[in-house]
Design a protein around this ligand. Structure first.
Ligand code: ARG
Length: 271
């Protein structure tokens, strides 16, 4: 279970902050997870609901302290992954992180002049979150100040077409584009397809990596591999048809054809 997030304290997290695997043209290389390249740049002007979670105190200033993603679902409400606010990720208990911020309107995390950083006044971890299986991986952040209504992304309804297998979706995140520690500071996105629950059930029957449970999880990726979220994208949005359907949660490696991405099924878990 500890291994699953690929975290080993602060240095481990920084090294693991990676982005979306490349939309490769052919099958993913065997070690796709160690060569995270490509993807394409996305703009927060087009997707104003994509936010970064940052703590300069914990993760340094260079990339605005980014360590996870999130998504604006209400003027004062941001959803992220429950595991993003775990001690395992933060290195200390959340109560000891003095400067947790939601960063909005900033494509390039190096340009601290653009966009805004909003303090978080409350964090509610989904009471159903199970770190052993990753079930229900969602936390709700309440912001100290409102964001514009234009930045709010609607959540898909349970069982809607957007979250059905075959639905075309896009996942967003910030991070490493080479796998060698060359961190992109700019927002990226990649297109994936919602896959059958059976595909993820087969891929993740239950191991140290996690166990797929369709009630609270959503399976998405590319049958050929190569298109995926990766470490550091956690908590960021998976969007289809203009609706939020998932949050980046977990997976085995990144971009492997046989190991799709697993997302929090927001329609089932969000309060
Ligand atoms: N758990 C990772 C994080 O904390 C996200 C992993 C997503 N992996 C994947 N293959 N889709 O950033």
């Amino acid at each position: 279970m500890r291994r699953r997030w690929n975290r080993s304290g602060r240095a481990g997290l920084v090294a693991a902050v990676a982005v979306l695997a490349a939309p490769l043209s052919g099958p993913a290389p065997a070690a796709a997870d160690s060569v995270v390249v490509g993807g394409s740049l996305a703009s927060v002007d087009d997707h104003p609901w994509v936010v970064a979670l940052g703590s300069r105190d914990r993760f340094g200033s260079e990339r605005s302290g980014q360590f996870c993603g999130g998504v604006v679902v209400g003027e004062r409400t941001v959803l992220t992954a429950a595991h993003c606010v775990d001690e395992e990720v933060l290195g200390v208990a959340l109560s000891r992180v003095p400067d947790l911020r939601v960063i909005s309107g900033r494509d390039d995390l190096r340009s601290s002049g653009k966009g805004r950083e909003t303090a978080v006044s409350g964090v509610r971890v989904n009471p159903g979150y199970d770190p052993a299986t990753n079930a229900g991986d969602l936390a709700t952040l309440t912001l100290a100040e409102s964001l514009p209504a234009s930045a709010v992304l609607p959540v898909a309804r349970p069982g809607s077409a957007e979250e059905k297998p075959g639905s075309k979706a896009t996942v967003f995140g910030w991070g490493d584009t080479t796998g060698n520690g060359t961190y992109s500071s700019r927002l990226r996105s990649v297109g994936v397809t919602v896959l059958e629950d059976a595909t993820c059930r087969r891929a993740y029957p239950g191991s140290s990596v996690g166990r797929y449970e369709a009630e609270t999880m959503l399976c998405a990726g590319d049958a050929r591999g190569g298109r995926d979220a990766c470490q550091g994208d956690s908590g960021g949005p998976l969007v289809a048809g203009g609706k939020l359907i998932g949050l980046v949660s977990w997976g085995s490696g990144c971009g492997r054809a046989s190991s799709p991405g697993v997302y929090t099924r927001v329609s089932a878990v969000a309060p």
